[in-house]
Design a protein around this ligand. Structure first.
Ligand code: FES
Length: 108
């Protein structure tokens, strides 16, 4: 079974395959900040420090909220991301605040 390492909290958990990064944090107190759980607020922003290849595909909500630049730098939304192998994540409060303030464009 894969491991998720929450670097800021210095906590590492062995979890079932295809576990969600935010849900594991909520269940085992990985301390990842969160609010909406739905890909809207940006509070669960994480940088995939190790194991980017072990995270499932980028979701449309992440493209809208993060944009290409942050995605290319290895950032993901924890609530939208599921793992298939060992992963280490970290987060940065200042960057999270900046992303939270971004308005998501709604196509009408
Ligand atoms: S908790 Fe709001 S985007 Fe993940």
């Amino acid at each position: 079974m894969p491991f998720i390492n929450y670097k800021n909290a210095d906590k590492k958990f062995e979890v079932p395959n295809e576990s969600n990064i935010l849900r594991v944090s909520l269940r085992y107190e990985g301390d990842l900040p969160n609010r909406c759980g739905g890909g809207y607020c940006g509070t669960c922003l994480v940088k995939i420090e190790e194991g980017a290849e072990n995270v499932d595909k980028i979701k449309p909500a992440e493209v809208k909220k993060l944009g290409e630049e942050l995605l290319e730098q290895g950032y993901r939304l924890g609530c939208q991301s599921f793992i298939t192998g060992d992963v280490t994540v970290s987060w940065d409060d200042a960057l999270t605040k900046e992303v939270q303030r971004r308005k998501v464009k709604v196509n009408k």
